[in-house]
Design a binder for this molecule. Structure first.
Ligand SMILES: [Zn+2]
Length: 130
C-alpha cells in the first residue's frame, strides 16, 4: 500500500524534529493530483502509523494541488483535462509542455502542543532525566 509508506515517511520526517514532550496535533500537506495518492487512504494509513508508534491521533490536513502545465515556447499556463490529450497542446501550437504543478508531496508544517507539566501528561520520569 503506497499510502502506508508515505504516512510512515511523514512520521519519520517529523518525529526527530519534535521538541521534547511535544504532542503532535496536526500536519498540513500539499499533494499533487498526479501523484495518485488517495487522500482517504493516506488519512487511514496515517492513523495506523501513529497508533503503531504509540502516539495519540493527530489531524492530517491534505491540500490537493491541481495539475498545471506551461508552454515552453510562449509561457502560457493552463490546467489540462486529464481525459483529453489534445488539451496538452498549447494554443500557440508550439513548444514542449512542462508540468509545473501536480507532482508535489510536501509537508508544509505541523502543529504541536507542549504540556505545561510533562510529568502529569504521562511521560515516564526516566525520559525526563538527561
Ligand atoms: Zn505556447
Amino acid at each position: 500500500m503506497h499510502e502506508l509508506s508515505i504516512a510512515q515517511s511523514i512520521l519519520d520526517l517529523l518525529q526527530p524534529q519534535l521538541p521534547p514532550f511535544a504532542v503532535l496535533q496536526s500536519v498540513n500537506l500539499r499533494i499533487g493530483e498526479l501523484t495518485g495518492v488517495d487522500a482517504d487512504s493516506l488519512d487511514f494509513a496515517w492513523r495506523a502509523v501513529l497508533s503503531a508508534a504509540g502516539m495519540p491521533s493527530a489531524q492530517l490536513n491534505i491540500q490537493i494541488v491541481p495539475w498545471h502545465v506551461r508552454c515552453g515556447a510562449c509561457g502560457h499556463q493552463w490546467r489540462p483535462n486529464r481525459a483529453d490529450t489534445t488539451s496538452l497542446v498549447c494554443k500557440c501550437g508550439a513548444g514542449p509542455v512542462l508540468a509545473i504543478a501536480g507532482r508535489e508531496l510536501e509537508v508544509i508544517d505541523c502543529h504541536v502542543e507542549i504540556p505545561d507539566n510533562p510529568d502529569a501528561a504521562g511521560v515516564p520520569a526516566a525520559a525526563m532525566t538527561e
